[in-house]
Design a protein around this ligand. Sequence first.
Ligand code: PGA
Length: 222
Amino acid sequence: MIIAGNWKMFRGPDPHALGGLDAIVAPPFTRLRDCVDAGLTTYAQNVHWEAEGAFTGEISAPMLLELGVTGALVGHSERRQYFGETDEGVARRARAALAAGLAVIACVGETQEERDEGDTETVLQIQVGAIRNACGMHDRLLLAYEPVWAIGTGRTATPETAQDAHAFIKSLLDRPVLYGGSVKPDNADELMSQPDVDGALVGGASLDLDSFAALCLTASHS
Ligand code: PGA
């Protein structure tokens, strides 16, 4: 079981207080070095496809590797929703990061509207398909199923909903799939007991030391 904490644009806990935990952390760029220095498996929250260039506000895989960063998230729904990232861009980011030597957690998931319209599988097919076509079955590639309606809303997917989506995603690209969307210590056990749920990508609950530690403990027993 893999637990990854996405701190988003929050400062997050003291990396040194996380020392004993078996988890991935994805802090804001300014805290990457602190997390690496604390011995944590550290991912950036995004990565560009070029090694360098005139791309204001972006960061490249070689730059992250130079800091000691292990991997990067790509295609988080907040990037897709608020910053216009496309399936093609997400796939390019993932491919370049893997080629440079980073690990990647590529995020996919449908909106509430898409689910209501019965389009969940179509959306997943398009999003996962773009990643598969760019990256193939790379051994440093992980996926995260993060239904947009469950992120930061307290509305976790039921274990059955998560399981169905994970199984479908794996039928498209057979790599480990983390679940993300309002994962908390009190719902993690049931989610992680599903056969195709290989871990969790955690936002809010990763910012609090006690709840993040509790999630890591749950994962170590699942
Ligand atoms: P959440 O965020 O746990 O706060 O819902 C998950 C994510 O966006 O990765």
